[in-house]
Design a protein around this ligand. Structure first.
Ligand code: G3P
Length: 218
């Protein structure tokens, strides 16, 4: 499963690249505002840092404006993915951009029907919002599972990008149901490696090794 960081904060990204675990980045207008960044500057910097897909979202609400903004964002770098809302206008823009070979991420997906339409419009990624579905008492992970089943059934190539993930359990579940990618807030990304038994086990190994009196493996 590809792991994307869900942030527009360049320092949050650059400090997490060393192990080569970050496959891409997703941003949205709220994250750009939160980072206090200019969208064009932020996306330019992020694209230079990370080789993989970098989602940058349009703010127009009509297809024509979305297409224009999408092309402007795409002109920043070859790894920009144009993020579009899952509306009727967004799907028109998705089809137009896809037909021109521009990758797209159709976001704010809350149902199987929406995901089906995104795939039919040629979306590269669809982003179901797990946390926000749970906020409403729904089954966000169940939605990921259902979309996986439908896409596999018809052979759609649109990649399922689990979004609005708010816990490590969400990330694990997204992987278990076969999502192609998950976008994760940096703090949750940091938590993925942690397990108390790893810390405890390592401490015991090192304590035992210290009894040999050897300095490391020298
Ligand atoms: O990737 C979408 C994400 O940024 C939304 O997350 O927690 O605001 O629902 P959240």
């Amino acid at each position: 499963m590809q792991i994307f960081l869900d942030t527009a904060d360049v320092s949050e990204i650059s400090s997490r690249l060393e192990a080569g675990l970050v496959d891409g980045v997703t941003t949205n207008p709220s994250l750009i505002v939160k980072a206090g960044a200019d969208i064009f500057e932020a996306i330019t910097q992020i694209c230079a840092l990370v080789d993989g897909p970098i989602s940058a979202e349009v703010v127009a609400t009509q297809a024509e404006g979305m297409i224009e903004e999408g092309k402007k964002l795409r002109a920043i770098a070859d790894n920009v993915v144009v993020k579009l809302p899952l509306t009727a206008q967004g799907l028109i823009a998705c089809r137009a951009l896809s037909d021109e070979g521009i990758p797209t991420n159709v976001t704010l997906c809350f149902s199987v029907n929406q995901a089906l339409l995104a795939a039919k419009a040629g979306a590269t990624f669809v982003s179901p919002f797990v946390g926000r579905i749970e906020d409403m008492g729904g089954d966000g992970i169940g939605l990921l599972e259902d979309i996986r089943r439908v896409y596999d059934h018809y052979g759609y190539m649109t990649q399922i990008l689990a979004a609005s993930l708010r816990s490590m359990a969400h990330v694990e579940a997204a992987a278990m149901v076969g999502c192609d990618a998950a976008t994760i807030p940096p703090q949750i990304f940091d938590g993925l490696v942690k397990h108390p038994l790893t810390d405890k086990g390592l401490e015991a190994f090192l304590n035992d090794w210290a009894k040999t009196g050897r300095n490391g493996l020298k």
